[in-house]
Design a protein around this ligand. Structure first.
Ligand code: FAD
Length: 464
């Protein structure tokens, strides 16, 4: 693989030293941008830069492929910074089919979940339209289709004035409107709870403007894409020109006033158990919010730590497996299968990779399932990954606004997908690192009128 030599202007040896803690996309992109003016060391607790920790090998039909967990899909409208970064790096992107089937959890008599709505995407006048499949052309299916169009019409109109929505929760908004309850409970909330990897109630607690902005910016009528070669392609491009220390779990940081360099970073190597202390002029904490809180609270409880305590997180697991019983019909099911069980707080959701992405189409069916109601057969499980994800509430957003203010004047800066006023997705992770890079005097190559080409640097084909 040829790696584009992007942003090669690495800082001189006497440049200020900066530690970036955490190699998710926020930490990786922050380190990559900051290397222009700083000597950067990136700390990651896992054995590989975090974004690629759970990537797995898949062998079937005589073919081998790599599967990212999670899949990390995105759309152009909601991900301007991610798109610009990937485009600048020359990351190849491919479109995906994320049409879905919604099913009820089966009763004891039936073996498989029962589909109540299934749609496919059709492109009409350059727009992606959802059309119901024949099997769910029932009165209920038609009512849900109509409700979907009515809902989006309303959302588009309300998105014109998101200020008016910024003090209410999405739940309050939904209650005020006359939307079809089945559509909201059985289709919209399941889809949003997958997007945000959280419970239905957490979606209802989200600030309304964030959800409306997300839904109104084209997610329904633009195709969904992903980086075709996944994190294996992205991480090497973002780890050029600075020092990466894997297996290095940062335990605490301590700020020394009147000393230079002024911040002491204590980390422990999980292989050798060796504890090391290094000194830096600046530290960017790009771990999950709860970890950032713990790192900052080891010595004295700083104002940043107090604010970080207000950011709620949700945990969940993703399973990569080949058990087709997670979907109602291995052949007929759409690429994405939601199973709704009214006793559950989240849907069970499976993506059949061989249907969603052309890269896997010649392999035997393989699924990523989030929150399985019935666990896949153990003999079919290829891997499991456990994640923690931030949530946004009206209160947590106020704490984030204060953290963003503190970032401007502190040598310890907080970075991550939760550190911008958006749903904490990949775009927010990049946007957060851009904010910090700009505060620290670095340029954003795709925003600058530089002599660097903005087109993909290695002739990568944008396949979407
Ligand atoms: C199941 C799931 C599916 C998702 N799917 C999508 C999707 O399809 N599209 C999308 O846009 N977003 C998706 N997201 C959200 C997306 O993954 C996050 O927005 C993004 O990963 C956040 O990046 P980050 O760098 O802020 O944090 P993280 O990715 O959480 O990175 C934090 C890093 O810090 C490291 N770390 C933690 N503690 C320490 C320590 N003490 N010392 C050193 N390193 C440490 C961790 O190992 C990790 O690598 C999904 C999230 C989940 C959980």
């Amino acid at each position: 693989m040829s790696i584009a030599s992007t942003l090669s202007n690495t800082a001189p040896a006497n440049a200020p030293r900066i530690a970036v803690i955490g190699a998710g996309l926020a930490g990786l992109s922050a380190a990559w941008l900051l290397k222009q003016k700083y000597q950067v060391t990136l700390f990651e607790s896992h054995g590989t830069p975090g974004m690629g920790v759970y990537t797995s090998d898949y062998h079937s039909n005589g073919l081998h492929s790599r599967v990212d967990i999670p899949l990390r899909i995105f759309t152009k409208g909601y991900y301007p910074e991610l798109f610009s970064l990937y485009k600048y790096l020359g990351v190849e992107m491919e479109s995906s089919d994320h049409s879905a089937v919604y099913q009820y959890q089966n009763t004891h008599k039936e073996k498989r979940p029962k589909a109540f709505f299934q749609y496919h995407n059709q492109t009409l006048f350059n727009k992606n339209i959802r059309l119901p499949n024949k099997n769910t052309l029932t009165p209920k299916g038609l009512r849900l289709t109509l409700s979907h169009f009515q809902f989006f019409k309303q959302i588009e109109s309300d998105s014109q004035d998101t200020m008016a929505l910024s003090n209410m929760t999405f739940g309050e908004y939904v209650n005020q409107q006359n939307f079809n309850k089945h559509y909201i409970d059985e289709m919209l909330l399941p889809a949003l709870s997958v997007t945000c990897t959280c419970d239905y109630q957490d979606i209802l607690n989200y600030p309304c403007d964030l959800i409306v902005e997300y839904l109104a910016c084209g997610v329904m009528n633009e195709g969904i894409v992903r980086a075709k070669l996944g994190v294996d392609d992205i991480v090497p491009r973002l780890t050029q020109g600075y020092r990466v220390r894997c297996f290095e779990q940062v335990q605490s940081i301590e700020e020394k006033t009147n000393e230079s360099p002024s911040i002491r970073v204590t980390s422990k190597n999980s292989q050798t158990q060796e504890v090391s202390i290094q000194e830096f002029d600046y530290v960017i904490i790009a771990t999950q919010a709860n970890v950032a809180h713990d790192i900052l609270s080891k010595n004295t409880l700083t104002s940043q730590a107090k604010l970080l305590a207000n950011i709620p997180v949700q945990s969940s697991s993703m399973i990569l497996h080949t058990d087709s019983s997670q979907v109602y019909h291995a052949k007929k099911a759409s690429p994405v299968s939601y199973i709704i069980d009214k006793t559950q707080k989240r849907p069970s959701t499976s993506v059949d990779l061989t249907k969603a992405f052309s890269s896997y189409q010649h392999q035997a069916p393989i699924y990523q399932t989030w929150n399985p109601i019935k666990p896949p057969k153990e003999s079919h499980v290829l891997s499991r990954a456990h994640f923690t994800r931030p949530l946004v509430t009206l209160q947590s957003r106020q704490s984030v606004a204060q953290l963003m203010e503190l970032n401007k004047r502190s040598s310890i800066k907080i970075c991550g997908s939760y550190m911008v006023n958006k749903i904490p997705l990949l775009d927010a992770a990049v946007a957060s690192s851009i904010n910090i890079a700009k505060q620290m005097g670095c340029t954003i190559p795709w925003e600058e009128n530089t002599d660097k080409p903005l087109e993909p640097l290695n002739n990568a084909e944008l396949a979407y």
